[in-house]
Design a protein around this ligand. Structure first.
Ligand code: G3P
Length: 234
């Protein structure tokens, strides 16, 4: 898979942008940032993907040609489930897959596994998040997702990148996950703010980054995206 992978396929190394619920990244803001990310990915030749809030999923998946992911799904079949986001609703709108078990939206491990299986059955991709090397290895073995993103929670939203502060977490996760689930590709996130943070993450064996506040809360998202893009090219 490369930067030209289709709208439902994540290429690697990937720049995966989680918009969370940051105010500048809601509504039209999500679309504007998505377009900037798509444009920059083409310009730099880097695979990109975006995870907007649930309210923007359909709009972005229709407007963009890069993969659009949910930030969370509930592993249930369609039916009487008020307020849930079920996997079937994603495939119906061209969404490529979902983040799962983000540290801001945790799920019990059996539900993570169920969600991975349900997404896979619909041809959708799973990016399972873990807060530590131990959890990453455990979930990779138990769920065998396409992607595993390791993000120490204490570094999320800060200015010190996991690739600088805890390089051993990335290296250990890459090794541990490869042992238990060779199909799973490791991403890393938490505090990623600069091209140098990205470069180090890739050097440590990550197949991409999961990033949020550097772009979604930035005054100038286009500039923030370009800064991170340089790390993929150096
Ligand atoms: O999902 C991405 C994430 O939790 C990292 O957030 O703001 O540290 O890039 P941030």
């Amino acid at each position: 898979m490369g930067p030209t992978a289709g709208a439902r396929e994540l290429g690697t190394p990937v720049f995966l942008l989680n918009l969370k619920s940051y105010l500048p990244a809601l509504g039209n803001g999500a679309l504007t940032i998505g377009r900037r990310l798509q444009h920059a990915g083409r310009r730099f030749g880097v695979a990109t993907a975006i995870a907007p809030s649930a309210a923007s999923l359909e709009t972005l998946s229709r407007a963009l040609s890069i993969p659009v992911l949910a930030q969370h799904v509930d592993p249930f079949d369609p039916g009487a489930r008020t307020g849930f986001l079920v996997p079937a609703s994603l495939s119906a709108t061209g969404v490529a897959g979902s983040l799962l078990n983000h540290s801001e939206r945790r799920l019990p491990p059996p539900q993570v596994r169920e969600a991975v299986n349900m997404l896979r059955a619909s041809g959708l991709v799973s990016v399972v998040c873990a807060g530590s090397l131990a959890e990453a290895t455990r979930l990779a073995r138990y769920c065998r997702p396409e992607f595993l993103a390791v993000e120490p929670p204490e570094l999320i939203g800060g200015n010190i990148s996991v690739s600088v502060a805890r390089p051993e977490v990335i290296q250990g996760t890459v090794r541990g996950v490869r042992r238990v689930s060779p199909r799973t590709q490791v991403l890393c996130g938490a505090g990623v703010k600069t091209g140098e943070d990205v470069r180090r993450a890739l050097e440590l064996g990550a197949k991409g980054i999961l990033v949020s506040s550097a772009v979604a809360a930035a005054q100038d998202p286009a500039r923030a995206i370009a800064e991170l893009m340089h790390g993929f090219k150096s």
